[in-house]
Design a protein around this ligand. Structure first.
Ligand SMILES: *[C@@H]1O[C@H](CO)[C@@H](O)[C@H](O)[C@H]1NC(C)=O
Length: 265
């Protein structure tokens, strides 16, 4: 066996070994983590002022973005990118290109999708109706926009790509509704950052499929009071499913937010 052949044989052996060891460590099956997508073209504007107070309470339902960890690194997505709310929570890198308003070196802003930039049909798609279909457009919180371009540019051409969301700690479940209707906002989702489907389980029930309400909220029409609640959640991007057992104690209440000890990767 010559040196090159020996090298290629043993390299493959160690690669296979590494994969086997990694799978065993992950309990047999490790779904692939979400990887950044290719860069695409779009445009970006900004909304609100330096405090980003206008960005609070967006269409994804995250409420106070400071309290919920998203801060001012957020953006409203045009209809095409918003995907009926399934893009809520996704993370994007955005850099300004080919404009005198871009900062030197084309620095990157990383934002979370927290809102919808609605179409305005009384404005032309190429003159003010920036968020109208079929445009890919980011209406960024002003502090996020100011990381990539001078704000007086108004609208700038950008490149963007999806990236994995880096989050501290587990998924947070914020409860609304009443005794017969549980409406849950899932926040702080890592990995793809998004959600395809969700189930809830009371300590006295089986898994109940929740329907998509709006933004990042899911609902169950069920009587779950007095029961500890677990959630099963599937990522929209990676299709990975994770289970968060007993996230909320039996005395859970609407208006409260409960944190799981699991998250996507
Ligand atoms: C839509 O555009 C028109 C024309 O510029 C403007 O007067 C109106 O306020 C816009 N509507 C919204 C909801 O922004």
């Amino acid at each position: 066996m010559d040196a090159a052949l020996l090298h290629s044989c043993c390299l493959s052996f160690f690669l296979v070994l590494a994969v086997v060891v990694r799978r065993a460590a992950a309990g047999g099956y490790a779904p692939p983590a979400f990887r950044p997508t290719a860069w695409q073209n779009a445009y970006a504007t900004f909304y609100g002022d330096d405090t980003a107070s206008a960005t609070m309470g967006g269409a994804c339902g995250y409420g106070n973005l400071f309290a919920n960890g998203y801060g001012t690194d957020t953006a409203a997505l045009s209809t095409v990118l918003f995907n009926n709310g399934y893009s809520c929570g996704q993370c994007f890198q955005i850099r300004c290109i080919n404009s005198k308003w871009c900062y030197k070196g084309s620095p990157i802003a990383t934002v979370t999708a927290t809102n919808l930039c609605p179409p305005n049909w009384s404005q032309d798609t190429n003159n003010g109706g920036w968020c109208n279909p079929p445009r890919s457009h980011f209406d960024m919180a002003k502090p996020a926009f100011m990381k990539i371009a001078q704000w007086n540019g108004g609208i700038v051409p950008v490149m963007f790509r999806r990236v994995p969301c880096m989050r501290q700690g587990g998924i947070r479940f914020s409860f609304q509704g009443n005794g017969y209707w549980l409406l849950v906002y899932a926040m702080n989702v890592a990995g793809g950052g998004d959600i395809a489907s969700m189930w809830v389980k009371g300590s006295k029930t089986g898994w109940i499929s929740m329907s998509h309400n709006w933004g990042a909220s899911y609902q169950a029409f069920a009587t779950l009071g007095g029961q500890a609640l677990s959630f099963k959640i599937t990522s929209y991007t990676s299709h990975e499913t994770i289970i968060a057992y007993n996230v909320a104690p039996a005395n859970w209440q609407v208006g409260m937010t409960y944190t799981a000890n699991v998250n996507f990767h």
